[in-house]
Structures are given as structure tokens and as C-alpha cells.
Design a protein around this ligand. Structure first.
Ligand code: FEO
Length: 172
């Protein structure tokens, strides 16, 4: 059984993951509009992962006999100066999500909610992977620079880049 305060915190995280899904969908639209098709697909797939994170929390709250709540979700940013700026924003967003997850873990432990503490360990590992993924892309984009032709080839080669860095989790 969850305390009222823990239910509130988990519901807040449900909304944060939902916002993440919308943010990556919006970023995907920006990439598509700029003809970065592989980056668009990558971000769209990632939006799907964020929805899975949201559902994982949603189901946990329900499984604990509490009411999962979808609150108001603000509109994500839709304008970016460059692909690098977009991925810097994504990386900063993941760092923020990690802070939120760490806050939840800390709260669960200090309030002796060991079931939730245990449940959250999956998110701790996931955040480590997500930060690594976005940091790698920021680093690669910084290396490539602003040259449109180089960015075009990076987009074309995105799957190979992710694969070589051990960051591709699916077949695509
Ligand atoms: Fe669900 Fe990317 O954090």
C-alpha cells in the first residue's frame, strides 16, 4: 500500500514521462521538417519508450490499489536553432528526469517504502542508459559541426553510429 504522498509523487512522475513522450514526438516533427529522417525516426521511437515508462508507473500505482492520475501536460518546445541544440535540450531533459527519479528513490528509502524502492531500480538503470545515449549524440554532433552536408551524412548513417556505440536497442 502506498502513502498518499507517494501516490502523488508517482503520479507526478507519470506526467513527467508523458511530457517526455510529447517532447520527443515534437522533436521528431522538427527533424522530419528539416529532412533529418533517421533522427526523426529515432526520436519517434524514443517517444514510444517514454510512453512505456509512463505506463510502467501507471500500472504500478494501480497494482498497489491506488488511483493513477493523468494531469495537465504542458506543450513541449517546438523550435530549435539546430540539431545540436535539439539534442542538447534532450540531454538536459534526461538529466532532469534522472534527478526526479533519484528524488523518488530517496523518498521511498527514507520512508521505508521498500517495494517502491525496488520497483524504481529499473528506472535508475534506464536513466543511466538514456543519459549515455543522448550524451553520445551530443558529442557526435559537436564533432560533425554545422556543415549541412556532414549532418546529412550523419543522419543517413545514424543507425551505424548508434550500433558502433552499442546504443541500438532494436533491429532498426
Ligand atoms: Fe523516461 Fe527518458 O526518461
Amino acid at each position: 500500500m502506498l502513502t498518499k504522498e507517494m501516490v502523488k509523487k508517482l503520479n507526478d512522475q507519470i506526467n513527467a514521462e508523458y511530457y517526455s513522450a510529447n517532447l520527443y514526438m515534437q522533436m521528431s516533427a522538427w527533424c522530419d521538417d528539416q529532412n533529418f529522417q533517421s533522427f526523426a525516426k529515432f526520436l519517434r521511437d524514443h517517444a514510444g519508450e517514454e510512453r512505456e515508462h509512463m505506463e510502467r508507473l501507471f500500472d504500478y500505482v494501480l497494482d498497489c490499489g491506488s488511483l493513477a492520475l493523468i494531469g495537465q501536460i504542458s506543450a513541449p518546445t517546438s523550435q530549435f536553432k539546430s540539431l545540436l541544440e535539439l539534442f542538447k535540450a534532450a540531454y538536459a531533459h534526461e538529466i532532469e528526469i534522472t534527478k526526479q527519479i533519484n528524488g523518488l528513490v530517496d523518498y521511498a528509502l527514507t520512508h521505508k517504502d521498500y517495494a517502491t524502492f525496488n520497483f524504481l531500480q529499473w528506472f535508475v538503470s534506464e536513466q543511466h542508459e538514456e543519459e549515455k545515449l543522448f550524451k553520445t549524440l551530443v558529442d557526435k554532433l559537436e564533432l560533425v559541426g554545422e556543415n549541412k552536408r556532414d549532418l546529412f551524412f550523419m543522419d543517413k548513417d545514424l543507425n551505424r553510429t548508434l550500433s558502433e556505440s552499442g546504443l541500438l536497442t532494436s533491429e532498426d
